[in-house]
Write a protein that binds this ligand. Structure first.
Ligand SMILES: [Zn+2]
Length: 498
């Protein structure tokens, strides 16, 4: 692995600031639309109905009403009262396209014309996701870029590229969640992975190694950092999986220091509630000041496969709704990060269906958020990095997205979705490998799409991902952006850039 020198890597924050300032200056020259309508996102969330047929006038009119809608959408105040960052872990553009088709087809339509809940947000951009030392990144430096405004090294969290092993102080970056706490706003995160996993950890933790979830290599581990969070009055909402990282080995957990951090959380805060299943989450009182929800030992279950009973795990949508309900009490505003964390895991397993159904649930959570907040909230939806899934062949319009695109050079059927690498590789020289998929159920939850390169786990992809934004500050989401600039947009909109 080629490592860049520290001097070349230290350029990044400056570039980011310069780019942001240029945008903001440009923005300041534009006439400010002062008409303030009490528009909620929900009321503008109705998308133009696109025709399924080739009627030119219908297509024309649908396009026309789309433009009208965008104009209404961008009215409102310039400063955001609240910011919600939605991170679809590994939600590549191909994932978005395939998921929208899948959801449309489940609604009985062709699918291609369908839109996920965030796809009609008025501002979009491309995000460059590379890390300081990698062309293709993992979730730790990418989440750090979005949370701190600084690109950093592979596998590191909340620290810059100068941080080193065994040093528990140097290179620590200030996260947006920390700044919001310092300013008296309410804060929180919701994820479907372990609460201590990379994306959610980047909102509150600082670690040279993302795996320091329950043991910190001589420094405070990530679970401990969540409970001992020193800024403001602490996070109001922390929800996800990963209970084992918070409880001692003697109680079935992973902690070797004997601490029960769930008990410490409850003792630390007045008005604190700790919940572990859907029923107890639903019964959380609106006046609760601090909510910790740990719904599974490790990652939460895939949305479609979870126990949906009251004793089971809540959906991402249910967690998001409860989080906003609690955070909205603060008149100063709030910052919330919501991660659809297992889109990534579906892809790593080489199972497109899991990634698609997780993306649809992620879209549902965003829809719920737009119903609960007003036009004073900046919502940014993006991915931390891509994956290697492609959508190809020449399937006819409306063809099942998890189905076959056609026949290959050997007259065998191949699927529309495939991966560049991963466990779905079928080696033709090996005995017993099923090369003809004609009798295979490609829509099953365990079907692995074909992969060109054999790997135990499919890898991340290095190309840009999309950013979708609405609300005050969303006008700054434009063009091709470095991923760390997303932080600067949120920071400017929420805290005036300070
Ligand atoms: Zn991943």
């Amino acid at each position: 692995m080629a490592r860049q020198s520290a001097s070349s890597t230290s350029q990044h924050p400056l570039i980011a600031n310069w780019t942001l300032h240029r945008w903001i200056n440009r923005q300041a020259l534009m006439p400010v639309v002062c008409l303030s309508f009490l528009l909620t996102f929900a009321s503008t969330n109705v998308q133009a109905e696109l025709p399924a047929n080739a009627n030119a006038l219908k297509w024309y009119k649908a396009g026309q009403s789309f433009v009208k809608q965008q104009k209404r959408f961008t009215r409102g105040k310039k400063r955001a009262k609240n910011v919600i960052l939605f991170v679809g872990d590994g939600m590549s553009i191909t994932t978005v396209t395939a998921s929208r088709i899948y959801e449309g087809q489940m609604n009985g339509a062709n699918g291609e014309e369908h839109m996920l809940s965030f796809e009609n947000f008025p501002h979009t951009a491309l995000s460059k996701t590379y890390a300081v030392d990698r062309q293709v990144a993992d979730s730790a430096p990418t989440a750090t870029a979005m949370m701190t405004g600084v690109k950093t090294r592979f596998r590191t969290l909340g620290v810059d590229a100068s941080a080193s092993h065994g040093d528990c102080q140097n290179g620590h970056l200030r996260t947006l969640l920390e700044s919001a706490e310092i300013k008296g706003l309410s804060t929180g995160f919701v994820t479907t992975t372990r609460a201590t996993h990379a994306t959610s950890a980047a909102t509150f933790a600082h670690a040279i190694e993302r795996d320091y979830e329950s043991e910190g290599g001589g420094c405070a581990d990530i679970a401990q950092q969540l409970i001992e969070f020193p800024f403001g009055d602490g996070l109001e909402v922390a929800m996800g999986g990963g209970r084992q990282m918070f409880i001692p080995v003697s109680e079935g957990g992973k902690r070797k220091d004997g601490r029960d951090l769930t008990a410490e959380w409850q003792a630390k805060y007045k008005g604190a509630t700790y919940v572990t299943d859907t029923a107890s989450l639903k019964s959380v009182d609106k006046n609760t000041d601090h909510l910790l929800g740990l719904f599974s030992d490790s990652h939460m279950s895939f949305s479609e496969l979870r126990d949906q009973s009251p004793k089971g795990e809540p959906s991402l949508t249910e967690m998001t709704g409860k989080a906003i309900e609690l955070l909205q009490k603060n008149r100063k505003g709030f910052f919330l990060m919501v991660e659809g964390g297992r889109i990534d895991h579906g892809h790593h397993a080489g199972i497109a269906k899991l990634a698609l159904t997780e993306t649809i649930e992620f879209s549902n959570a965003i829809r719920r958020a737009t119903e609960l907040v007003g036009s004073d909230t900046l919502i940014i939806v993006t991915a931390d990095h891509s994956h290697t899934m492609t959508m190809a062949g020449y399937p006819r319009r409306g063809n099942p997205i998890l189905g076959f695109a056609g026949r290959d050079a050997n007259d065998r059927r191949y699927t529309t979705l495939t991966y560049a690498n991963g466990p779905g590789h079928r080696d033709p020289t090996k005995e017993g490998v099923e090369l003809d998929l004609s009798n295979t159920d490609t829509e099953a939850f365990d079907f692995k799409q074909a992969a060109a390169v054999p790997l135990r786990f499919e890898t991340h992809g290095g190309e840009d991902v999309a950013i979708y934004a609405s609300g005050p500050g969303s006008q700054w989401i434009n063009g091709v952006m470095e991923q760390n600039v997303i932080f600067h947009v949120m920071n400017e909109a929420l805290l005036g850039g300070k």
